[in-house]
Design a protein around this ligand. Structure first.
Ligand SMILES: C[S@@+](CC[C@H](N)C(=O)[O-])C[C@H]1O[C@@H](n2cnc3c(N)ncnc32)[C@H](O)[C@@H]1O
Length: 276
């Protein structure tokens, strides 16, 4: 199996839509009465969930009517936030056909499928004209992408001059080994973390000027601790969560992520860069 196929398979939970429907049913929700907030525990596949998405979009200053690109759009949770709360027109691209199909179905449930376009494709081969987008964001995606120079130069090409890129990603510390499995990979054959320094150089070489890089690691650890305490108090995980997307290995993967961040082997950062 190629690395590409292995990554695609990692993000291909079978029966995902039915699992989401079953989780919603436990809260007496159906496709007819579901609201975006009911999906937040499952459609935001990154640490600090919707809080992190809102922080990123506010820093990125997404404006009503902006044409925004979501690279690695997953189930479309961040895209729905960009549309619902910032009135942006969003195009998302994701390697996983399962996530893309489920994400488009969730948009149909919410009657917004004419406003958000989620397409299946590779972030390394963006099928868009040059200078199409007013901004771009990518949350927890580049960890699976080895060719980061190709990734950022492709994004730079499709952005208008002066447009901003917002990244929310897991970065590494130099020369340290991660504990696996983690939410994005079983081992280092499909995990490619950059250090903050490497990312700065990659962005600059791709045609961006770095505006800010904020380390969110402590915020993430506190958020995950609060989530754990809430689950313990409730006697288990909520009906929808990372376990819906990743299956029974989810707790192990999250535990290792917490250990990696606590040890300083991995860190979580919000980055803003501008196309020069
Ligand atoms: C951890 S999930 C994050 C999804 C979404 N950004 C979010 O925060 O909810 C990582 C996503 O990156 C996508 N991905 C990984 N490699 C990709 C590539 N080369 N091109 C497009 N998407 C990719 C996966 O399919 C998956 O949906």
């Amino acid at each position: 199996m190629t690395k590409h196929d292995a990554i695609k398979q990692h993000y291909s939970m079978q029966g995902l839509l039915e699992k989401i429907k079953a989780g919603l049913a436990l809260r007496e929700k159906t496709p007819d009465n579901v609201e975006p907030s009911d999906l937040a525990m499952v459609d935001e596949f990154h640490v600090r969930g919707r809080d992190a998405t809102l922080d990123l979009f506010r820093t990125l200053k997404i404006k009503p009517g902006d044409q925004v690109l979501d690279v690695g759009s997953g189930l479309g949770g961040p895209a729905r936030v960009a549309f619902n709360q910032f009135a942006a027109n969003v195009t998302g691209i994701d390697l996983s056909d399962v996530y893309t199909e489920v994400g488009n179905e969730l948009n149909r449930w919410l009657n917004i499928s004419d406003r958000i376009r989620l397409i299946q494709g590779n972030a390394l081969d963006l099928p868009f004209d040059s200078a199409t987008f007013d901004s771009c964001y990518s949350l927890h995606v580049s960890m699976n992408i080895e060719d980061k120079a190709g990734l950022y130069s492709g994004i730079c090409r499709v952005l208008k001059p002066g447009a901003k890129l917002g990244i929310y990603d897991i970065l590494k510390s130099e020369n340290e080994e991660l504990l696996f499995p983690v939410p994005w990979a079983d081992d280092n054959s499909t995990s490619f973390l950059a250090s903050p320094e490497e990312l700065g150089v990659l962005l600059s070489n791709a045609g961006f000027q770095l505006e800010s890089m904020e380390d969110d690691s402590q915020k993430c650890l506190s958020w995950m601790k609060r989530a754990r305490e809430k689950n313990n108090k409730a006697g288990g995980a909520p009906p929808l969560g990372l376990h819906t997307i990743l299956g029974p290995s989810a707790p192990d993967r999250v535990r290792n992520l917490v250990k990696n961040i606590s040890a300083g082997t991995a860190r979580v950062a919000q980055i803003i860069a501008r196309k020069v």
